[in-house]
Design a binder for this molecule. Structure first.
Ligand SMILES: *Cc1c(COP(=O)(O)O)cnc(C)c1O
Length: 246
């Protein structure tokens, strides 16, 4: 959606339609505004929250529009999709930061370490071991966040809260991994606030600075509870053209 196609599609330009309200640019500005508003309300510094724009299922053109509007941090949930979409953009925007926010299989660890700057979904010992091995081999060390299954949902990935402190210690001492923080995806049918509070407390007591929580529907709540990273897809890029796997 370029501004030129915009102007040709709109015969009469009024303040209401001068900017296409469906555009990534406009929605991104709205989300940024909401993020800084939530920061101010929580008495937190503007800029203490990183907006991760979740571009999964959306084409590279949508990412380019966000890049043109100054967005540099993106999240993808599948290694293959990110591999098809991002290397080219990264060549043109060297300060782009790419986060993996979906489940990582051990047979994709090599690609993931090569491609991502942050892997938010470290969720099991076997993956910790594989990441340590690949990072040593590749000489590249993406920052890691540990995914915590705060709702203890049996079908959901993540370390259980009771096992978290031990897992953090093992990541640090056994595997020497660059663990920077925690992430969670609260159960869909519950108030997210208690999950956000729990995650922030677990990060604090483990001396972890980064807390990734909050999506399109609840990022302002997450900011109130201490999120340093919010992962926002739909509110920036619109509805996904097809369901995202994982
Ligand atoms: C898709 C996804 C998001 C973004 O969700 P929206 O509701 O579209 O903002 C955030 N986090 C994870 C882990 C996701 O898979």
């Amino acid at each position: 959606m370029s501004s030129s196609s915009n102007s040709s599609a709109t015969p009469v330009s009024t303040p209401a339609n001068a900017a296409n309200s469906d555009s990534v640019t406009v929605r991104l500005a709205q989300v940024r505004h909401a993020v800084s508003g939530a920061c101010a309300e929580a008495g937190r510094a503007a800029g203490s929250v990183t907006l991760v724009a979740v571009s999964k299922t959306h084409p590279a053109e949508a990412v380019e529009e966000a890049l043109a509007a100054g967005q540099r941090v993106f999240g993808e949930n599948r290694v293959q999709e990110a591999k098809a979409k991002f290397p080219d953009l990264r060549g043109r925007f060297p300060d782009l930061e790419l986060h993996l926010i979906g489940p990582l299989q051990t047979n994709k660890v090599k690609d993931a370490v090569a491609l991502f700057d942050v892997i938010q979904t470290l969720d099991r010992p076997k993956l910790a071991e594989a990441l340590a091995e690949e990072m040593a081999k590749a000489g590249r060390r993406p920052r890691l966040l540990i995914e915590v299954n705060t709702g203890e949902e049996p079908q959901k990935a993540g370390i259980r809260p009771a096992d978290l402190d031990g897992f953090v210690a093992a990541c640090r001492e056994t595997w020497k991994l660059p663990v920077a923080g925690l992430m969670c995806i609260p159960p869909q049918d519950e108030e997210p606030a208690m999950h956000f509070a729990l995650l922030a407390e677990m990060a604090r007591r483990n001396g972890l600075a980064e807390v990734s929580m909050g999506m399109s529907g609840d990022f302002e709540t997450a900011i109130r509870f201490g999120a340093t990273h919010v992962r926002v897809g739909t509110a920036i890029f619109g509805a996904r053209p097809y369901p995202a796997a994982g």
